[in-house]
Write a protein that binds this ligand. Structure first.
Ligand SMILES: [Zn+2]
Ligand SMILES: [Zn+2]
Ligand SMILES: [Zn+2]
Length: 136
């Protein structure tokens, strides 16, 4: 009623009338003010979003500190949980050291299958020769 009375303000999230206005942080992208509860909630949400991320392989959300960066050879984006990282690493080493067909351990010399053979991984000499004879 007095000269100094101000318009009531409402929380931008829950529309509750505000007794104390809480300023949202710029990165929240919220116009207006927030009530205490919503401010706490937003702070928490935002914090969690910045420290938690899903693993790109299994989708489990974990703390970023518990996630691993994939090795560059894997040609992947995002982060992996420890389980998936280990699995991926094992797959990768297995794929690299064993012949895709007969699973013989290979030395330094491996043979890349021709694209039309539709074989993943690499081959030992024997299998490569075999496929070559079969498919050309
Ligand atoms: Zn609110
Ligand atoms: Zn995972
Ligand atoms: Zn082989």
């Amino acid at each position: 009623m007095g000269l100094f009375s101000r318009k009531p303000a409402f929380c931008a999230v829950c529309n509750k009338e505000l007794k104390h206005k809480h300023k949202p942080k710029r990165e929240w992208n919220i116009k207006g003010s927030l009530c205490g509860d919503c401010h706490v909630e937003k702070t928490k949400q935002f914090y969690e979003a910045t420290i938690r991320q899903p693993c790109v392989m299994c989708g489990t959300t974990r703390k970023i500190s518990d996630l691993w960066e994939p090795r560059w050879q894997w040609d992947m984006n995002g982060l992996l949980c420890k389980d998936c990282f280990d699995k991926k690493e094992k797959d990768h080493t297995t794929e690299k050291n064993y012949c895709s067909l007969c699973s013989a351990k290979m030395g330094l010399i491996r043979y890349n299958p021709k694209p039309k053979w539709k074989i993943k991984g690499q081959l030992c000499r024997k299998c490569w020769d075999g496929k070559k004879a079969e498919f050309g």
